[in-house]
Design a binder for this molecule. Structure first.
Ligand code: ZN
Length: 243
């Protein structure tokens, strides 16, 4: 997908906020057709929390309850998604196994600025990757912590694919997910989800710093009534989104 000249590369565009998702604002206003105008790389979820989303090379895939990926249509909507037109600034080859901490340490070193957002893409082989998906909810919506307590998780071993997403600086907790938020899509484009743990084996790591940000807040009644600064927000996001 070509980047419109009006949109800078590595500008983060996001719909709504993580705190809103945590407070069960699971219906958004933005269609996927609109979302992909703002980026061809990213992640998120779907209305009614119907699965995890990955946007890879402009294609939006949906991981539903079994971690199986399927195609999407432009009229589907998202309550929370982050996309960018990714243009790598740093590219390194990984030729020895690394666990999550080592991988994140390497990315931190490459970004070399804890107060910027980062976009991260690893393409290659993983010794193991643990993913989870969320599943479609019905009204009245339960809070996200209740949902993730029941979420299905999957482990894949010796799998090739793309693991991509964002690193959010700590002061943006609640707007987004502080720390790393990565989704995985296998090479056959059939499996993956929200990554909770992994061990990379060999491949290409690409990273970009992100200093431009656009947030589209919903004008819905649910968003208007949401509590976006609850006590324990940080711990709740770590439980809901952490590894
Ligand atoms: Zn996720």
């Amino acid at each position: 997908m070509t980047r419109p000249s009006s949109v800078k590369p590595n500008r983060l565009f996001q719909t709504s906020t993580m705190a809103a998702l945590l407070d069960a604002v699971y219906d958004g206003e933005m269609t996927l057709e609109e979302l992909v105008k703002h980026g061809d790389f990213g992640l998120g979820t779907f209305d009614a929390l119907d699965g995890e989303m990955i946007v890879a090379e402009g294609e939006v895939r949906q991981f539903r309850s079994q971690g199986i990926a399927s195609g999407t249509t432009g009229d589907m909507k998202t309550p929370f998604a982050c996309v960018t037109y990714f243009e790598p600034e740093e590219i390194v080859t990984i030729d020895k196994p690394m666990n999550k901490e080592e991988f994140e340490g390497l990315v931190n070193k490459l970004i070399d600025n804890p107060n910027l957002f980062g976009a991260v893409r690893f393409t290659g082989e993983l010794e193991a990757v643990d993913t989870r998906t969320v599943f479609c909810q019905h009204k009245p919506y339960p809070g996200m912590l209740e949902v993730v307590a029941k979420q299905p998780t999957f482990t894949m071993s010796n799998v090739s694919g793309v693991m991509l997403g964002f690193r959010t600086p700590p002061y943006m907790q609640g707007i987004n997910v502080a720390g790393y938020h990565l989704h995985f899509l296998s090479d056959d484009r059939k499996h993956g989800g929200h990554v909770t743990d992994y061990r990379v084996k060999a491949g290409k790591l690409e990273v970009a710093r992100m200093s431009d940000l656009e947030i589209a807040l919903p004008r819905t009644k649910e968003f208007a009534e949401a509590d976006l600064l609850p006590v324990g927000l940080h711990e709740a996001i770590q439980t809901a989104e952490g590894g």
